[in-house]
Design a protein around this ligand. Structure first.
Ligand SMILES: [Zn+2]
Ligand SMILES: [Zn+2]
Length: 215
């Protein structure tokens, strides 16, 4: 936050997707220190014991829109090996941001939630061949490729191809595996899926914040 000139005091809320440690690590101390309201499903809170004591917990449910200042935040259910995991679509006036990470398959719910988004944040987790021939143990490979795992570059491309439209302004590829993916493969797969459409395409990194983006 420091590197993009923001402070934790500016956070009005934190929304969780699920309880896996790459998503909740550090959240407990952060919400306690700054009394930031936390939004999560009951399943996430129950499974996320690592969170510890949460001062302000607002339970959410997939399909139930939360109004926060001028934002409309819609959690939708995802297919992932977590308790009651969600991803989000966020609307403000006539603009929409669609987010889809940590899911093994793209369901009709995902299509519905993301359609007509101006900005898309999409999981492009792995290249299937790199995963197959890579160093992960067999059980973990199976888990990642299952319906409750993560989206491959190819699945991300299929999703993008299905929901692209002329007002799509920016696409950010997220949740890339450092072991089972290469940014260039993810990038070219998304570019091909976009075809004639030319939104700004960027890749999020695991340890660097992105520049701020206006939707
Ligand atoms: Zn996860
Ligand atoms: Zn994750």
């Amino acid at each position: 936050m420091n590197s993009i000139d923001r402070t934790p005091e500016e956070l009005d809320a934190i929304f969780l997707t699920h309880e896996h440690s790459d998503h909740i690590g550090g959240v407990g101390p952060l919400v306690r220190k700054y009394s930031i309201p936390l939004y999560a499903t009951h399943g996430t809170i129950q499974a996320g014991q690592k969170l510890g004591n949460v001062p302000v917990f607002n339970p959410i449910q997939s399909g139930e829109i939360i109004q926060l200042a001028d934002l409309e935040i819609e959690p939708y259910a995802t297919s992932h090996d977590a308790q009651e995991s969600v991803a989000y679509a966020i609307r403000c006036q006539n603009r929409k941001l669609g987010h889809a990470t940590d899911m093994g398959i793209v369901t009709q719910t995902v299509h519905e939630a993301l359609k007509n988004s101006h900005v898309l944040l999409l999981e492009s987790n792995h290249d299937v061949e790199m995963l197959d021939f890579g160093p992960y143990p067999w059980a973990l490979k199976k888990r990642i490729k299952s319906d409750l795992g993560h989206l491959s570059n190819e699945s991300c491309g299929d999703l993008l191809n299905a929901i692209k439209h002329e007002h799509l302004q920016r696409v950010v590829l997220m949740h890339l595996s450092q072991t089972n993916n290469h940014p260039k493969i993810a990038h070219i797969t998304a570019l091909q899926a976009l075809g004639i459409y030319t939104p700004i395409l960027s890749l999020a990194s695991q340890d660097q914040p992105m520049e701020l983006t206006e939707v």
